[in-house]
Design a protein around this ligand. Structure first.
Ligand SMILES: Cc1cc2nc3c(=O)[nH]c(=O)nc-3n(C[C@H](O)[C@H](O)[C@H](O)COP(=O)(O)OP(=O)(O)OC[C@H]3O[C@@H](n4cnc5c(N)ncnc54)[C@H](O)[C@@H]3O)c2cc1C
Length: 444
């Protein structure tokens, strides 16, 4: 159990690995040695999640750089092995119509390409490298939680067809949803996307770890980077009391970074807890009685979304917002809240919960991820809870940026994360937003 909060505690090293279903069903293996001597490399990568591992991999392979990666704990400690394993053609929180309104249609179309490419890249990594990560049937159901939300999904579907040229989504009526996918009491129809799928995220991550190591990346675990300085253009890190010199640095520490680690990222994201329960396996009779037909990944249209899926062993994974403050994250009430929400969807479901855990996502003020570099230091931050797929594309773009190559001229690649106006009050803002969102979800 862990009450870790990146906004109040000095660093994440030494915290327990999340007691997730993923960790219980996949051995972590022996950690790589920690750094025990000074080091000089072309590029130092901070953080061993999807972003750090894939960025290191691309820098070592495509760009022929010598790369060292430092992970404060064991690879998978962060969000990458705590998530729901949804590989989605989206990230951040803005839909394509919102993007078009804010940045214009061409930008929205290019971002659509980037997000969809990310899903294809994950498949390529899995298939091309035989990563055995329990890939499930394709499909993502965005389920309308009320009639008004269904009207919005209808408009979204029309926008995708007419404006984005999408042929890979379908609008499903309530009846179609019920007959083919699930008898969800809270489902008023859905928008279904063809290309998304579910994976075992820890197995995928360990596949990426192997890829990075095969590419020659020096990977050090239990190696907390405590300092990053940049005197005279040469980057110096302090890791386990040893000096690491590098020409360039990648910050891939996500919401688990120290609060004041870098002026580039400080005060520019909000670590938010998301929690997950996994039930005991359901019998065929229980699945039939509750109309749980599909194993495609599901998310609803609430402001405070619930996400769920049937796992290969017929357990139900169900996630949603967690505590506001880190010290409260293991409180049984959050498990109870998720359990109640699951039963609101499937009232006849009478099963035991076997696993409950939480993890941090990094929310951005403008609801978009940013892949940015300055003075040979680059970061990816602000996936807003959807980085499993997009890390595959973001890592390519970050590597290109660091190597001085041209990347598409999109706000996600050219603009830094916007600063929160009063960073110290981020939790207060979060509390206020939760109040507002709960009202919207109930009455709007
Ligand atoms: C409960 C939950 C459910 C989610 N579900 C989904 C989902 O279904 N689909 C989806 O697309 N996204 C999901 N996400 C989001 C997704 O997991 C993240 O966007 C993604 O994993 C981010 O990967 P990352 O590599 O950037 O960061 P992380 O995986 O968080 O890795 C950062 C790493 O940096 C290390 N670190 C931090 N500071 C230092 C330091 N100073 N020195 C060395 N190492 C350091 C940490 O130990 C950590 O391991 C979910 C997130 C959560 C929490």
């Amino acid at each position: 159990m862990s009450g870790f909060d990146p906004l109040t505690q000095p660093h994440c090293q030494g915290q327990a690995f999340a007691s997730s279903y993923w960790a219980a069903t996949c051995p972590l293996g022996t950690p790589n040695p920690s750094l025990d001597k000074p080091l000089q490399v072309d590029i130092a990568v901070i953080g061993g999640g999807f972003t750090g591992l894939l960025t290191a991999y691309h820098l070592a392979t495509t760009h022929h750089q010598s790369v060292a990666l430092f992970e404060a704990n064991q690879v998978g400690f962060g969000a990458s092995a705590r998530n729901a394993g949804f590989v989605l053609p989206s990230t951040g929180r803005l839909g394509y119509a919102q993007l078009a309104k804010k940045y214009g249609l061409d930008v929205s179309k290019s971002i659509y390409q980037e997000y969809n490419n990310a899903v294809a890249l994950v498949r390529e990594h899995i298939n091309g490298n035989h990563i055995d990560c329990n890939v499930q049937a394709s499909g993502y159901l965005k389920v309308a939680h009320n009639q008004q939300a269904f009207s919005l999904l209808k408009a979204q579907s029309e926008f995708l067809t007419a404006t984005m040229g999408s042929k890979s989504h379908q609008l499903l009526s309530r009846q179609q949803l019920t007959e083919t996918y699930m008898h969800n009491q809270q489902g008023f129809g859905a928008l279904r996307f063809d290309n998304a799928f579910g994976v075992h995220p820890l197995k995928l991550l360990l596949g990426y770890k192997a890829l990075a190591q095969q590419a020659g990346v020096q990977l050090y675990e239990n190696s907390l980077v405590t300092r990053h300085q940049n005197p005279n253009g040469n980057h110096q890190l302090e890791v386990n009391g040893h000096k690491v010199s590098a020409n360039k640095v990648v910050i891939a520490a996500n919401a688990y970074a120290q609060r004041q680690f870098s002026p580039l990222t400080q005060g520019r994201y909000l670590p938010i807890l998301s929690s997950i329960i996994v039930t005991e396996p359901l019998s065929d009779e229980q699945l039939a009685a509750n109309g749980l037909i599909t194993e495609q990944v599901v998310m609803d249209t609430r402001q405070l979304k619930y996400y769920y899926r049937r796992l290969p062993d017929n357990r139900i994974l169900f996630g949603g917002r967690g505590a506001v403050f880190g010290h409260d994250q293991d409180n049984a009430k959050y498990q109870y809240n998720l359990r109640s929400a699951l039963n609101d969807c499937f009232p006849k479901l009478d099963v035991k919960v076997d696993y409950f855990w939480s993890g941090y996502i990094a929310a951005a003020l403008d609801d978009l991820p940013h892949i940015y570099s300055e003075n040979n230091t680059g970061y990816v931050l602000g996936y807003c809870g959807s980085g499993v797929a997009f890390s595959a594309q973001a890592s390519i773009r970050l590597a290109e940026k660091l190597m001085g190559l041209k990347v598409p001229n999109l706000p996600i690649y050219t603009k830094p994360l916007p600063k929160f106006p009063m960073p110290r009050l981020r939790r207060v803002g979060q509390l206020a937003y939760y109040q507002y969102a709960q009202l919207m979800d109930k009455f709007a």
